[in-house]
Design a protein around this ligand. Sequence first.
Ligand code: AMP
Ligand code: MG
Length: 488
Amino acid sequence: MTKTIIETGWNFDNSYARLPESFFTRQDPTPVRSPQLVILNDPLAASLGLNVQALQSHDGAAVFAGNEIPEGAEPLAQAYAGHQFGHFTMLGDGRALLLGEQITPGGERVDIQLKGSGRTRYSRRGDGRATLGPMLREYIISEAMHALGIPTTRSLAVVTTGESIVRETLLPGAILTRVAASHLRVGTFQYASKWGSPEDLKALADYTLQRHFPEADADENRYLGLLREVIKRQAALIAKWQLVGFIHGVMNTDNMALSGETIDYGPCAFMDTYDPGTVFSSIDLHGRYAYGNQPHIAAWNLARFAETLLPLLHADEKDAVKLAEDAISDFSELYQRNWLAGMRAKLGIVNEEPEDESLVEDLLHMMQKNRADYTNTFRALTFDKLEDTVLYGTPEFAQWHGRWQARLSRQQEPKASSQQLMRSSNPALIPRNHRVEEALEAAVQGDYSVMERLLDVLARPFAHFPEQADYSAPPAPTACPYRTFCGT
Ligand code: AMP
Ligand code: MG
């Protein structure tokens, strides 16, 4: 009998491995006892040119567990540094390995990374491993972000390893396969700037330009072009986070991707009740990464990025500093513009009037004062179901609503197109923390059906279909606020 071999479709070309050697350490994943594929992202696999059937077989589990290295992969751990809660330190992939860069049928280049694949040179005291709950959590939230139209790394698969991991208790081990435009971080430049040679830094900057910003490569001052483009993408990204109430939770400079994708889903969570001071992470004691502080922190991180580029921006240090400062000072205006454009869309406004910002701010203040649910308030406005919001019945809201209606009537577009804009700008639902937890608890017990249903409703947040109603309720009030944990 002849055995049919299905080609998996790996098509690696590993440009990062051609950077100077100080940027990485070559190393294979540490094999695990008994890999089992627990979730595979079929549409993503297909878009990468991978054969889903082949991946669902024994081979997929072995590759996603790091027990087998696919042809063309060149596993390596990336070196980087970073400011963690404001403190600079050497980091690097302590529990992740880049397998290589897959070239998709569309000609795109994406990183394929295993997270939880064993110790590396950069592990410090960590065990190099990851546990099932947090890896599935990253899967759910990153895929929800993608469906919300927010640039993000993606999740291709999760395998369990058959090994127990020591945390506060023994937990099932797991490995996530992450797909990213790249894993170049602000922290990668901080590493090059602090410990690399001038040639290393230049090689990294040239590489980043070529990989992500080929248009800026032709600029007169290409490194200034690089800085400006990174700033532009972050301004757009953070505005998108704010518009859906996403709180990253650990915006250290090593967790800011230069591609403009959201990366590193650790203690992140979505806000229910509108409050700029919202913090979920148990380790964020001073609210450095609170919802309302995210734009400010992004600017701070970008200033750290700009510092690394100074020697490339201009031969004269003073001139270099001036160029960097000017570029950084553009961030807040770029951010504000993106945010206001998004807020206008959430309110069905298509043109611009100077009073729009105060219209938005007044709504947000009211939401904060009345502890209104952020997502559901906008949904209630979208479907004209005002009685669904706690704001309903207050004179303040009636007055605001009149102002908003008057504003809408001053634009040419018919009411229907305004409503359409609102439907496509205000999600029916977000991954509510209590729903995510419920799915993870079931999965860790071996029942994946709760998570599959959740993934299903999260995949089309702007479709507004009836089954989503069950998932849109905020959590019941409790004495203990929701907390997320790092060190997973
Ligand atoms: P994160 O907070 O996930 O961004 O990780 C910060 C740093 O800690 C990175 O250098 C990670 O690679 C490293 N790290 C996190 N967890 C582990 C672990 N279990 N073993 C080794 N390194 C880890
Ligand atoms: Mg990280």
